[in-house]
Design a protein around this ligand. Structure first.
Ligand SMILES: Cc1ncc(COP(=O)(O)O)c(C=O)c1O
Length: 504
């Protein structure tokens, strides 16, 4: 026989001093809960035996109440299915009493909210919400993730879950995972670190949030790249930081301008390996200037290394943290791009003297990141699946990148400047003087997901262009997608006066 799953016990209170008989009280409570939509159609209710025992009464009044509710159509009962709130209750009953309609008639006093929360930059997720399309930047091609291996590791850990793994864990995260990450970062990213300096977090933005809480006062000024990642600006603004946009050129953040604008800033947030969104790699000179400024002014540098696993040209570039001799850099990394974003795991490499403070802060926030997937990921890295996956994806992305560049060269007679393609999984097509927002909208209608550059600017955009992701666009779809792009651009050129575009 099918086993009926156990129901959640609803809040049914009874008053023993009331004149109302017990069965009437149980009936009234259920009826009210169904009409105010606290109990929803189809929701299971506990058996009469369970409820009677919870309430500490005999079963008879509960059985009487249930019979009445069944007779009036509030409950329904099927053999093998237990008793549930009637699925046939009309929409009108539900809607008229739903919390939204009650909310609409609410006339209570001030409903305040934090000013900071209302002043965040409206970040457009754009056509992404209309589904996946070609050139969707930041999207991972999940079909190439080794799910079988991953599922095998999950099964292994499910089988081996022991009682100790159920309790509170270390605010720094799983020791196994931190050791595996330390080996990877020292070897592949030139990061100077020990596993004791690594805190496991829920992605890069979480790393930035924890750093802001631990190091910065509300009101602190922070250099951010202009253009830069708007979500990160919002994370800082939510903490009350004042962001100071510093322009980015072909060598990365222009440190001298930062010093002129706000020498006394308390921190800088940078993406030196592959600048978001222009894709520039910060030059050695700028790196040294940035470190020198931080050392002289006592500022912190948060290095957001969100997608630098993939490089296609030139020598691998070591992290900024690896150049730092004064422990001024906090290095943040994420598994969102290299594996998949729903994992919500990343890491923060801390200067050794900050570890204790960060632990305290973490204990005051969310204590630590969920442990199960940390252990699965530790095995994924230790057993070599991680580096194998990176190698396979690098050659897949390299092929997609080459195809895209070649198609842009052949198809787009009117193109602008392509930049940022030497690393990561996207490139930027700079097309000054184009209505980029309108182009992105029109392209979305044809199944292309193009990100205009302007939302990446905190201030007035100094250039226009489009970010084209190639990571999740299969190689055979690229030529057709570029032809569509050419048509969309040609339509816009016809209706707009463009600057003379450069040939590729
Ligand atoms: C520059 C940059 N930093 C951080 C993130 C967010 O990463 P996470 O998913 O780890 O929060 C992204 C995501 O696209 C990004 O582009």
């Amino acid at each position: 026989m099918k086993k009926v799953s156990s129901a959640i016990i609803p809040i049914i209170t009874i008053d023993r001093d009331s004149q109302l008989p017990l069965h009437r009280q149980v009936y009234d409570r259920y009826r009210a809960a169904i009409l105010d939509f606290s109990l929803r159609p189809g929701q299971r209710v506990p058996s009469t035996r369970t409820l009677a025992s919870e309430l500490g009464v005999s079963r008879t009044p509960v059985v009487d109440a249930y019979e009445q509710l069944l007779a009036e159509g509030y409950f329904e009962s099927r053999v093998g299915d237990g008793t549930v709130v009637s699925r046939s209750l009309t929409d009108q009953i539900r809607r008229s009493e739903s919390s939204t309609s009650r909310f609409a008639s609410l006339r209570s006093g001030r409903r305040s909210r934090a000013l900071r929360a209302t002043k965040l930059e409206p970040v457009q997720s754009g056509p992404r919400q209309r589904g996946r399309g070609a050139f969707c930047a930041g999207q991972v091609p999940f079909e190439h993730f080794p799910l079988q291996v991953w599922n095998r590791l999950i099964t292994r850990h499910c089988r081996n879950t022991c009682e100790t793994s159920l309790g509170y864990g270390d605010p720094m995260g799983s020791r196994n995972l931190r050791e595996a990450i330390a080996v990877y970062l020292r070897t592949a990213r030139g990061v100077h670190c020990d596993s004791d300096q690594i805190m496991i977090v829920c992605g890069s933005l979480h790393a930035i949030e924890i750093s802001a809480r631990a190091l910065l006062e509300p009101g602190s000024r922070v250099w951010v790249e202009e253009p830069g990642y708007p979500f990160a600006r919002n994370t800082l603004a939510l903490h009350g930081c004042q962001v100071v946009p510093v322009p980015v050129d072909g060598e990365g953040l222009v440190v001298n301008v930062g010093i002129k604008k706000c020498r006394e800033a308390q921190a800088a947030l940078v993406t030196p390996s592959h600048q978001m969104p222009l894709g520039v790699t910060m030059s050695a000179t700028r790196r040294l200037q940035l470190l020198e400024w931080a050392e002289n002014s006592g500022a912190w540098i948060i290095e957001d290394d969100y997608d630098s696993e993939y490089r296609y040209e030139g020598m691998p570039i070591a992290s900024l943290q690896g150049l730092d001799r004064n422990f001024r850099v906090l290095y943040a990394g994420t598994f969102s791009k290299v594996l998949f974003p729903s994992l919500r795991l990343g890491y923060l490499v801390l200067p050794p003297d900050l570890v204790a403070t960060f632990q305290e802060v973490r204990m005051a926030m969310d204590t630590f990141s969920p442990g199960f997937y940390q252990e699965v990921l530790a095995d994924f890295i230790r057993e070599g699946h991680f580096s194998r996956h990176i190698r396979r994806m690098r050659s897949l992305y390299a092929e997609r990148r080459m195809t895209l560049i070649e198609c842009l060269r052949q198809e787009l007679g009117l193109t602008g400047e392509v930049s940022g393609s030497h690393a990561g999984t996207y490139l930027v097509l700079t097309l000054n003087g184009i209505p980029e927002q309108a182009i992105a909208e029109r392209a979305a209608g044809r199944g292309l997901w193009l990100l205009p550059l302007s939302p990446f600017y905190a201030g007035k955009p100094s250039r226009q262009g489009l970010v084209l992701g190639y990571g999740s666009t299969p190689v055979e779809e690229i030529p057709k997608a570029v032809r569509k792009l050419r048509e969309v651009l040609a339509g816009s050129v016809a209706s707009t006066k463009m600057n003379h575009p450069k040939r590729l």
